[in-house]
Design a protein around this ligand. Structure first.
Ligand code: SAJ
Length: 401
């Protein structure tokens, strides 16, 4: 396929859209990044960023300064369009596709014959077909004139710029020509392999990757409950079992957070409820873990009048500043709500929080009667059980040695 795309319109300037837009800008594409938030648009046009991600500030600055990235509230004509908007769920775990639908309707008047439209948002099976249908409703002939494909983002927050280039990509079009055209585009800047398939397989593949991780973590979390009853160290158990050449269990924790792994499995369950019993069960196991941790703290707190409970870590995973869907945050809030003792909070990756005063790591360790380790941040790795013999330690991440 010898199509050449020079101008790109990226819909949504969040964790995926902005890194993608700025990367393409530095590769010589003429990029317009579109977002509904005026403050986001303004920030980016000043060469600055509104999210935290290593090196993204430099990339955005360089693309904007080179005149290759411009943020806007409105789309414009372009050779191709990338949709990277949120796909959350509504009440009852029903997928909310309104952002994808709205983005497609917004670009439809600007789409022309020969354009490529790529959906990168993590999406339930059938969403790429829905994008094509909306374009058809606006008079576009998706069988011949415009190309439509899904290429799910697969980058890990904290490593986005590296994984954007190095990860293998899965590209699935609504027909073979669309697949080929989209695949050729990714080959321009991806150093990993670009794998071609159908749109539906690409959609389910992304959901499968995150569900695999969720099910595996649920298995580890279930083991942690069993081990607690049996007085066995779950971390030792898993490291021993993982010495088998075909076993690779993930790590238990206080629950599964973030905006991907705890969400995506529901897209499979919603569409195929009868066939996805294990996936649903895993979700339930992981969602129940924060409550289990709270009960553990309550049990240990019984012997004190008013214990000082130090919560170490608030973020959804280690060494990031992201609090979205964080089980550590939910646990801390519940402990405060239930008035179990004096709760002190230490989170080295954020400066302030609207609901809590944050204290230093040293103060937390010093003052605590109960030390509740919720996130395996680097600085917490210095904790040693020998030095904490006077305190009760509840280590949900298994880092206290
Ligand atoms: N977690 C555990 N035990 C583990 C691993 C993780 O409890 O052994 C917890 C973490 O603490 C966190 C949650 O799971 O609360 C999710 O963290 P994560 O690091 O596994 O994943 P995310 O949400 O940051 O990113 C995932 C990635 N998917 C996979 O690794 C299959 C990423 O590649 C996706 O692009 C991203 O979801 C996404 O956007 O979908």
């Amino acid at each position: 396929m010898d199509k050449e795309f020079k101008s790109v319109c990226v819909m949504g300037l969040g964790y995926i859209g902005l890194p993608t837009a700025s990367l393409l800008g530095t590769k010589g594409y003429q990029v317009t990044g579109v977002d509904v938030s005026p403050s986001v648009v303004e920030t980016i046009n000043q060469g600055k960023i509104h999210i935290v991600e290593p090196d993204l500030d430099l990339l955005v600055k360089s693309a904007v300064n080179a005149g290759n990235l411009k943020a806007s509230l409105e789309p414009c004509k372009a050779d191709m369009f990338i949709i990277a908007v949120p796909t959350p769920f509504k009440d009852g775990y029903v997928p909310d596709l309104s952002y994808v639908e709205q983005a497609t309707r917004t670009i439809a008047p600007f789409v022309e014959k020969g354009n490529l439209i790529i959906l990168e948002s993590t999406s339930p099976v059938g969403t790429t077909d829905l994008v094509a249908e909306i374009l058809q409703e606006h008079g576009h002939n998706t069988a011949e004139d415009v190309f439509v494909a899904h290429c799910p983002e697969r980058v890990l927050p904290g490593r986005i710029l590296i994984e954007l280039v190095q990860n293998d990509r899965i590209v699935g079009g609504i027909n073979e020509t669309s697949t080929k055209v989209a695949s050729d585009f990714y080959k321009e800047f991806v150093s990993g392999e670009v794998l071609e398939t159908s749109a539906k397989t690409a959609e389910l593949s992304k959901l499968t990757e995150n569900s695999f991780r969720d099910v595996n973590i649920a298995f580890a979390n279930e083991l942690s409950l069993i081990c607690d009853k049996e007085h066995i160290d779950v971390w030792e158990l898993i490291s021993l079992a993982n010495r088998h050449p075909r076993v690779n269990i993930l790590q238990p924790g206080p629950g599964v957070g973030g905006h991907c792994i705890a969400v995506d499995p529901w897209f499979i369950i919603h569409r195929n409820p009868e066939q996805s019993k294990l996936i649903r069960s895993a979700r339930e196991v992981n969602d129940a873990k924060p409550e289990w941790v709270v009960n553990k703290v309550k049990e240990k707190a019984e012997r004190f009048k008013q214990p000082v409970i130090a919560c170490l870590g608030l973020t959804f995973k280690a060494n990031v500043d992201d609090l979205r869907e964080s089980p550590a945050l939910a646990i801390t809030k519940q402990l405060i709500e239930e008035n179990i003792g004096e709760i002190i909070v230490c989170e080295p990756n954020i400066k302030t929080h609207k609901d809590f005063e944050l204290c230093s790591f040293d103060e937390a360790v010093d003052r605590a009667d109960i030390l509740l380790l919720l996130v395996d941040h680097k600085p917490f790795e210095s904790l040693s059980a020998a030095k904490l013999s006077e305190k009760i330690v509840i280590d949900t991440r298994g880092i206290v040695k």
